[in-house]
Design a protein around this ligand. Structure first.
Ligand SMILES: [Zn+2]
Length: 256
C-alpha cells in the first residue's frame, strides 16, 4: 500500500517535470529530480550532517525519547492502549501559541485542531470536512467534556480579516477562511469605531472566539451535548504581550 502511494507520487512528479520542463527554473527542476530520486530510494536516506533542519528533528526526538518516553514506561503503555482527553482545543497555527505549552497539557489530555485564527466555521459538510471531522471524532468517539476555542494577541489571521477587502493582494485559501470571523469584525467596528486599529484588533481577536463558540452550536452533535450538559464550551485568550490568559464559558443553565 505504501509502495503504491510512493509510486503515485513519483508518477505525479514525473508528469510535472515533462509538462513544465520548458518554463521551469533549472534549480526547481533539479530539486524535483532529486526528490524523485529520494523517493525511489536511489539516494541514501541516512546522514543528516548537511541538513540542520533534519538534525533539529532528530535531536528533538532524541530529547523526548530519552528524557520523557523512556522514563515513563507505565504512562506510555497506558496511553498506547487508549486516549481519553477531556478537552478538544481549537487553537491557532501560530508557532507562539502552542496550547500544550501554554496550558501545560500532558500528552493524552487535549485533542487538538489548529488553524489560521483558531476559527470554527458554521456546520457545512461540503466545505469544512476537515475541522468538522475533528469535532465529530472528539465528541462522538472520544467523548470530550470540554471544547476550548483559544484565541491570542497579534493573530495574523485576524490581522488579515481586518485588511479585507484587499484588492492589492489575494490568497487561494486564506481570505476565504478568515471571513468566518466577519461577524466578529463587523460587531467591533460597529460598536467601537472610536478606538484605534490595534485596540480594535485585540477586541476582534476575542470576539472571534465567541463567534466560533456560537458556530460550534450549529453542529448538531455539539448542540445536543451542550444541551444535555455533557460538554462545556469554553473560550480562552492568551495575550503574549503581558503573559496573561483569560477564560470564559458558555452558560447553558437557565438564569434564576
Ligand atoms: Zn493566530
Amino acid at each position: 500500500m505504501a509502495k503504491h502511494s510512493a509510486e503515485v507520487v513519483i508518477e505525479g512528479l514525473k508528469k510535472i517535470l515533462i509538462k513544465e520542463k520548458e518554463g521551469m527554473d533549472e534549480e526547481v527542476q533539479g530539486k524535483v529530480e532529486m526528490f524523485i530520486a529520494e523517493f525511489q530510494g536511489s539516494m541514501a536516506a541516512s546522514g543528516h550532517q548537511h541538513d540542520p533542519d533534519a538534525q533539529t528533528l532528530e535531536r528533538g526526538f532524541d530529547f523526548f525519547k530519552n528524557k520523557i518516553f523512556d522514563k515513563n514506561p507505565e504512562f506510555f503503555e497506558a496511553l498506547a492502549k487508549k486516549q481519553q482527553p477531556r478537552f478538544l482545543v481549537i487553537g491557532c497555527s501560530d508557532s507562539r501559541v502552542n496550547p500544550p505549552t501554554i496550558l501545560n497539557f500532558n500528552l493524552g489530555e487535549a485533542f487538538m485542531s489548529r488553524n489560521i485564527g483558531n476559527m470554527v466555521p458554521q456546520f457545512d459538510q461540503l466545505r469544512h470536512a476537515e475541522i468538522g471531522s475533528v469535532i465529530e471524532y472528539a465528541v462522538k468517539h472520544l467523548e470530550v467534556t470540554n471544547i476550548l476555542v483559544m484565541g491570542h494577541s497579534h493573530c495574523g489571521g485576524i490581522e488579515r480579516l481586518m485588511e479585507l477587502p484587499d484588492p492589492t493582494l489575494t490568497h487561494d485559501f486564506l481570505d476565504e477562511w478568515v471571513k468566518i470571523g466577519l461577524p466578529a469584525k463587523n460587531k467591533v467596528l460597529e460598536q467601537c469605531n472610536h478606538l484605534g486599529t490595534e485596540e480594535q484588533k485585540r477586541l476582534v481577536e476575542k470576539e472571534s472566539v465567541k463567534n466560533s463558540m456560537a458556530n460550534l452550536l450549529t453542529y448538531p452533535f455539539v448542540r445536543n451535548a451542550v444541551v444535555n450538559g455533557t460538554i462545556t464550551l469554553r473560550g480562552g485568550y492568551y495575550n503574549f504581550d503581558n503573559g496573561t490568559f483569560q477564560q470564559w464559558k458558555l452558560c447553558t443553565k437557565p438564569m434564576p
